[in-house]
Ligand binder design. Structure first.
Ligand SMILES: [Zn+2]
Length: 483
């Protein structure tokens, strides 16, 4: 970290500012649950522009926690609707000797994973985890598939008969990366301006999970699932930005599951596989229709999921949606799918050079955090007063291309050739378009979400909650570039 230049202090102020405000809990899940979710679920990840003080810092004092939890930076392990466990017990408050063996095993695995995550990020564990977090294991008929993160920790979903054998450490690492990004600390600081970049928002958690496990496969917890469902994402062989658009749509993940189910003899599969397949196969036709209906109902302009578009090579522009009021979001793509080319690129680079460059890449992201564009944004309509709607939000943006270029420049010439080869094989030239969309066109939309999170009373008074449909005058936002 550099000295305390005024610029540095200003950035620090931005990082600390939002800690005062109260705001909704940020979420980010392992899969996209609702196509076009900006108004409801998926968009809530972006609400963290208004979140800087989160539940992660409001936990119990370590005096009441057992030493296994303390070592794992956990202040809570709790269960919801898992019959073998009490819903009222925080297992971090039980003495280690009284912990059920599966809970102790979970705690030890989390401690091991946290150390590995910190190592990949180039940090000590104490640096990487400046706060304690909580783990909730919660029953869901979709098993671990709908696990998600919040500022306070991770929600690992499971079938109701959870045991430690159902714990997917890959999902845990993915989710804890979100939690580290939601909370103040070196990870969030390093990612300033890139935390919502479409390539990184879901791709980076997958990349760190892949490196920690030395495996490019994102894996669900339930061992009874057939491989083509259990390995939720497998970034091998090469998964490129030239893959067809169908690989990046908001229904791509559901398409994969449906396709997998079509290859199975369901009579011979475990009951969980049957129920998951039924759920996805039955929803298949409705899913496409739901996207089309939503687009029509909200007056959204975007690329349709017709055969011609879906079969043609991906273009970043296809992710773009324009709302009736002119805001631009990247909601026509499932950003989880960008984990494929990102993980694939770094695994290919390792294959070609014999070396993993992910820690170096994160180092370049960190080094670039001071060269970020910062915008001060706020409501600008006639009804705004100092006390209602007057709170400003700071939105920071920078290109993801810069850390890639810095990484390449730090390599010797043989590694540079390998980098260029992997770059070409993955059609990473398309990152130029993705960066442009993120930095130039998406700002008003991102600002809309950030500002409404900072001004909940104004938002609710003047109906500025729905990012797709709102009053253009009352909910108008202006941004001024500060840095
Ligand atoms: Zn995620």
């Amino acid at each position: 970290m550099r000295g305390r230049s005024p610029r540095h202090l200003f950035l620090l102020a931005i990082v600390l500012f939002g800690t005062i405000s109260e705001s909704p809990r940020a979420h980010a899940s392992i899969v996209l649950e609702h196509p076009f979710g900006a108004g409801e679920h998926a968009g809530s990840a972006r609400e963290r522009y208004g979140i800087l003080r989160t539940e992660g810092e409001l936990g119990l004092s370590s005096a009441t926690l057992n030493e296994a939890c303390v070592r794992a930076h956990l202040d809570r392990i709790s269960f919801q609707a898992i019959p073998s466990y009490s819903p009222y017990q925080n297992y971090c408050e039980l003495p280690v000797g009284k912990l059920p063996k599966d809970v102790l095993a979970l705690t030890e695995k989390v401690e091991e994973m946290n150390a590995k995550v910190a190592n990949v990020l180039g940090l000590s564990v104490a640096e990487a985890f400046p706060m304690n977090v909580g783990i909730t294991i919660s029953a869901d008929f979709r098993g671990s598939l709908v696990s998600e993160a919040s500022g306070g920790g991770v929600y690992l979903t499971s079938l109701p008969d959870w045991t430690f054998a159902d714990f997917s450490s890959k999902i845990y690492v993915h989710e804890i990366m979100h939690t580290l990004t939601f909370n103040e600390g070196p990870t969030a600081t390093a990612l300033l301006g890139l935390q919502d970049h479409p390539l990184l928002i879901e791709g980076l958690p997958d990349l760190i999970a892949a490196v920690v496990h030395e495996s490019p496969k994102m894996e669900l917890g339930e061992k009874e699932l057939p491989d083509c469902i259990r390995f939720l994402r497998d970034a091998t062989p090469i998964r490129s930005f030239d893959d067809p658009f169908s690989r990046y749509t908001t229904i791509a993940n559901a398409d994969d599951i449906v396709q997998c189910c079509g290859t199975l003899n369901l009579k011979k599969e475990a009951s969980f596989t049957k129920s998951l397949c039924n759920y996805y196969v039955n929803g298949q036709s409705g899913r496409l229709q739901k996207v089309a209906d939503f687009v029509k109902e909200k007056g959204i302009e975007t690329t349709p999921y017709d055969d011609a578009h879906r079969k043609a090579p991906f273009e970043a522009e296809e992710c773009k949606i324009r709302t009736a009021t002119g805001l631009v979001y990247m909601d026509n793509c499932d950003l989880h799918q960008f984990a494929y080319p990102l993980v694939s690129f770094f695994f290919r680079l390792r294959e070609l050079t014999g070396k993993s460059y992910v820690t170096e890449f994160f180092g370049k992201i960190r080094e670039g955090a001071e060269r970020v564009a910062v915008y001060e944004c706020g409501y600008s309509g006639p009804k705004v007063t100092e006390f209602l709607g007057g709170a400003k939000s700071y939105v920071s943006l920078r290109p993801v291309l810069a850390p890639f270029i810095a990484l390449r420049e730090s390599m010797d010439s043989a590694a540079q050739s390998a980098f260029d080869q992997a770059w070409k094989e993955h059609a990473f030239g398309k990152l130029v378009d993705l960066d442009r969309l993120y930095r130039k066109e998406a700002l008003p939309g991102v600002a809309f979400l950030a500002v409404k999170a900072q001004n909940p009373l104004y938002r609710d008074t003047y109906f500025c909650d729905d990012a797709y449909q709102f009053d253009a005058v009352d909910c108008a936002i202006t941004c001024t570039k500060k840095l």
